[in-house]
Ligand binder design. Structure first.
Ligand code: HEC
Length: 116
């Protein structure tokens, strides 16, 4: 009896810590966003950038946003400019992207800038 209680508590502990690993924590770049889904770079992030940014930033206007490497390297400038915080508001000459779209990119950053 004592043994099974011990086993059950270990199981609960392991389960609890493995769930916590996926949650937004204090050390993440954007602690203010909650991310319920895993964001995919190729299905979520890249299309957003291609549709809204790459037209003017394919080795032009100071930035190149064409692949995982150059997008991940510039994540702070990308999110800063999408929010108009610390950078000029982008996309230039059109309205800001919806918060839900910006949050997807922030979640991708929080989840470790995966090339998934
Ligand atoms: C219509 C063209 C156009 C689009 C679309 C566009 N940009 Fe820009 N972007 C520019 C130009 C031009 C500059 C340079 C502005 C300057 O130096 O005055 C610039 C500058 C920037 C900068 C530097 C701003 C600063 O304050 O240092 C960042 C970061 C940036 N863009 C990111 C983005 C992102 C992210 C997107 C997509 C959400 C985007 N841009 C979409 C034209 C565009």
């Amino acid at each position: 009896m004592k043994n099974s209680i011990y086993t059950i508590s270990i199981a609960i502990l392991v389960l609890a810590t493995s769930c916590l690993k996926d949650k937004v924590g204090d050390n993440l770049p954007y602690p203010e966003v909650t991310c319920s889904d895993t964001i995919s770079f190729s299905n979520d992030v890249l299309p957003i950038i291609q549709n809204n940014c790459t037209g003017c930033h394919d080795n032009s206007n100071g930035y190149t946003f064409t692949n995982h490497h150059n997008i991940a390297d510039n994540y702070a400038a990308i999110i800063g400019s999408m929010k108009g915080q610390g950078y000029q508001q982008m996309p230039q000459a059109s309205s800001a992207l919806p918060d839900s779209v910006i949050q997807k990119i922030q979640c991708w950053v929080n989840q470790g800038l995966k090339d998934n």
